[in-house]
Ligand binder design. Structure first.
Ligand code: UDP
Ligand code: MG
Length: 196
């Protein structure tokens, strides 16, 4: 009989564009707590450089601030989870809509342990995005406004879905990275301690 490999424990890391979820907070969790960090946006940006028809579609959708079909995103996430081989995984920037959420659950059989929600006012996020200069095709004011709208219309319902299940850990992200992290760290430590 084949040994059944335990599924990884997943934390979804959600928040509006510019809430600091990936660049700041996930980076700190990786460094200090050793989780695997998978940014759906980073995986998609790498994929769009492949020059395949799928990659070109992703490039266009990102430029427009639209949500890529889950078929593409989930296969990138599954591949990266397998390759990473860690028991605890931060999935950052995904799921962004109901289609993403239900497809991930049915395809991987994984339900998140909890959701870290980085809550931040739009005006603050807008300032951060306009000043970050990461060379992204979507960090212009026109696409930023579209991304805010997509977040409110499509991604907030996912946060509300998990809220009803008691799975949302809401963090005030309108503070310095260290202050935000002081609230994040005990939540992740708690999960690590309970699964030893
Ligand atoms: N994106 C997507 N599906 C995902 C994650 C990202 O379609 O699961 C696309 C979407 O177009 C989004 C862009 O990638 O606007 C950038 O996402 P990322 O999370 O990197 O940046 P954020 O806007 O949250 O700072
Ligand atoms: Mg990001």
């Amino acid at each position: 009989m084949q040994a059944v490999k335990a599924k990884p424990q997943v934390i979804f890391v959600l928040g509006g564009p510019g809430s600091g979820k990936g660049t700041q907070q996930c980076a700190k969790m990786v460094e200090e707590l050793g989780l695997l960090h998978l940014s759906a946006g980073d995986l998609l940006r790498a994929h769009m450089k492949s020059g395949t028809p799928d990659g070109n579609m992703v490039a266009e959708m990102i430029k427009q601030g639209q949500i890529v079909p889950s078929r593409v995103t989930i296969s990138l996430l599954e591949e990266a989870m397998l390759k990473g081989g860690k028991q605890q995984v931060l999935i950052d920037g995904f799921p962004r809509n109901e289609e993403n959420r239900s497809a991930f659950e049915s395809q991987t059989g994984i339900e998140p342990e909890f959701v870290l929600f980085f809550d931040c006012p739009e005006a603050v996020m807008e300032q951060r995005l306009l000043s970050r200069q990461a060379g992204r095709t979507d960090d212009n004011i026109e696409t930023i406004r579209k991304r805010f709208k997509v977040f409110v219309d499509s991604s907030m319902p996912i946060i509300n879905f998990y809220e009803q299940k008691g799975k949302v850990r809401k963090i005030n992200a309108d503070r310095s990275p260290d202050e935000v992290y002081a609230d994040v760290q005990p939540l992740v430590r708690g999960l690590q301690a309970s699964s030893l």
